[in-house]
Ligand binder design. Structure first.
Ligand code: TA6
Length: 299
């Protein structure tokens, strides 16, 4: 049988002959499920809104054109935290299946879904808040045990603009206290839980024993792995981007989010996010930026 795609309830669902599948909500072009070998790789809160009333708590929200609360004196200053990518209605542009590309190995087929968002599709308020003519194409490619999500940004206007981008991925784990995040040894990071000072990680592994909110910059090694009980569970490879955020809200912050359920759900997730969030990417008219993640599941 061929890979297949179908649209239902405002989402695009792709399935491979192997049974691996991916589900993308058109709202925010948010990946809300990626199953490999019948097991779910993605964490989504039981109280996540999937009706477009607010960004999905979980999945892979697209952060664009700003990461975090935007600086007031910056062109993105009037946008909400993490920008508008994750709370806009994207267009499904279609699918293509292929036997080539970064993911399809050894003849396994892969299927690519494309989603689009441009200036014209934004609400009037958002257009006013950030009046630049941009075009986004987000590609989600499913292969056996693999997923690739890539954001392509084009400046379609006459003025240069600056942006940040980040794929705010919530990964599912059985027990975060039995996990380590590997591959960030000696990388430089800002610790948003402590005093937002720049630090250098001294250990090869990051253990999660409390709230973690770290912005790693210019990471040399392109693969960051989630390891549970000493066994690699998920490899996250940065593709043409070099920054990552590691986040776990832990007990208090999890309780403080109305759409984060169950309250102890922090034990079953870890955000390993890839992006370009250190400073700003500048796009001249007509220029394009592309960056994303290549994921390998060992579930
Ligand atoms: O990626 C980590 C982070 O920036 C945290 O500081 C926290 O704010 C998280 O994103 C969630 O943000 P949200 O706007 O989705 O509640």
């Amino acid at each position: 049988p061929q890979p297949n795609v179908h649209l239902e309830q405002g989402r695009a669902i792709a399935r491979l002959p192997s049974g691996d599948s991916v589900e993308v909500l058109l709202y925010g072009a948010t990946v809300i499920s990626w199953k490999s070998n019948g097991k779910e790789n993605i964490w989504v809160s039981d109280a996540a809104k999937l009706d477009g009333s607010k960004p999905v708590r979980g999945g892979i929200p697209i952060v664009f054109p700003c990461f975090g609360p935007p600086p007031k004196d910056h062109a993105t200053g009037k946008l909400p935290q993490h920008g508008f990518g994750r709370n806009s209605h994207w267009e499904y542009l279609g699918s293509s299946s292929s036997e080539s590309g970064a993911l399809a190995k050894g003849g396994d087929d892969s299927i690519k879904l494309d989603f689009g968002l441009s200036h014209q599709q934004l609400s009037e308020d958002t257009k006013k808040a950030w009046p630049y003519e941009f075009g986004l194409v987000y590609s989600v490619t499913l292969a056996k045990d693999g997923l690739q999500t890539m954001l392509n940004v084009t400046n379609q206007g006459k003025e240069a603009f600056e942006f940040q981008m980040l794929l705010h991925s919530y990964w599912r784990v059985d027990d975060v206290t039995r996990c380590t995040v590997n591959g960030l040894g000696s990388a430089t990071y800002i610790d948003k839980v402590l005093d937002a000072k720049e630090q250098q990680q001294s250990t090869p592994e990051l253990r999660i024993t409390g709230e973690v909110d770290r912005v790693y910059k210019s990471i040399k090694q392109d693969i960051t792995s989630i390891v549970q009980d000493g066994k690699s569970r998920l490899d996250v490879q940065r593709d043409r981007i070099v920054d990552s955020v590691i986040w776990n809200p832990w007990i208090e912050k999890a309780k403080g989010m109305g759409d984060f359920e169950p309250n102890d759900g922090y034990k079953n997730m870890i955000c390993v996010e890839v992006g370009a969030v250190d400073g700003w990417q500048k796009l001249e008219p007509g220029e394009t930026f592309e960056g994303g993640q290549i994921l390998k599941s060992h579930l």
